[in-house]
Design a protein around this ligand. Structure first.
Ligand SMILES: [Zn+2]
Length: 269
């Protein structure tokens, strides 16, 4: 097989493994996220329908958003590590095949260690998802997003019902209230935040697993090449596509370098 074909195949495999794992985590998180949004909608509805006291009312009830939102981080904390454990041997197998080496024996990493190993934007996943409770970055950032949206809407004198709709719209089907996550809503913002966290965690582990394996068996003069996924490459990574460096540390940073980064650095074979 030609080198370029091998590279394309490797990247396609990594993307396939990642999307399978991400899809499974997202599926587990979705019902919790919907429920969370319905509860926040309920919370917002406690504010008077209109009038100038609503800012004070919001300040009073705003702290209650934190424990409601913290359930999303809790479910991610439970669901992400086992899926990362699933992707590691798949990545190792593909990485070994790429350099025509035998598949290494997979050493399992426990869930707690995996949470500490994953780094997104310079912060460990363990810090992002926190220890059980409300004081973790993801929950705090989600609460800040909500506070910003509510305050802006109050400043613009929007009626409370409109703010509740901006959290998430609801409709009744067979007597059941269900949420409808629309573009531009707070629910959609949180869905994106959640999915970005999942995708970044999965890609970080895929990258590290492959790099550790290749690094262990690399010859001293091993050269490395940056590969970007061309369909959705951002301007940050595009200039690095197919760039070769004599050492890994010659790259200014290693993927994943931004939330939706789908790059890998591979040994030149
Ligand atoms: Zn990238």
């Amino acid at each position: 097989m030609q080198t370029k074909e091998k590279q394309d195949e490797l990247l396609a495999l990594f993307l396939l493994f990642a999307s399978q794992v991400e899809g499974r985590i997202e599926k587990e998180v979705r019902p919790i996220l919907r429920l969370t949004m319905l509860e926040l909608r309920q919370l917002i509805s406690e504010i008077s329908p209109e009038g100038q006291f609503r800012e004070f009312e919001w300040r009073e009830i705003q702290p209650r958003a934190l424990p409601i939102l913290s359930r999303i981080a809790s479910v991610l904390r439970i669901q992400i590590p086992p899926e990362l454990a699933v992707i590691r041997p798949e990545i190792q197998k593909a990485a070994a095949k790429y350099v025509s080496q035998p598949v290494p024996a997979v050493e399992p990493i426990d869930n707690q260690e995996l949470l500490k190993k994953v780094v997104i934007g310079g912060i460990t996943l363990n810090q992002i998802l926190g220890s059980p409770g409300v004081s973790n970055r993801l929950t705090i950032n989600m609460a800040k997003d909500l506070d910003r949206m509510v305050r802006t809407s109050l400043f613009m004198e929007r009626p409370t019902s409109e703010i509740a709709d901006k959290v998430v719209r609801t409709l009744e089907r067979n007597g059941r209230v269900i949420s409808q996550i629309r573009k531009g809503s707070y629910a959609n913002q949180i869905l994106n935040r959640t999915n970005n966290t999942i995708a970044a965690a999965v890609w970080d582990v895929a990258n590290k697993t492959a790099r550790e394996f290749w690094g262990d068996i690399a010859a001293p003069n091993q050269k490395w090449m940056w590969l970007a996924t061309l369909e959705n490459t951002c301007p940050v990574c595009l200039p690095f596509h197919r760039v070769i460096k004599p050492n890994l540390k010659d790259f200014p940073a290693l993927p994943a370098v931004h939330p939706n980064c789908r790059c890998i650095v591979v040994p030149v074979v």
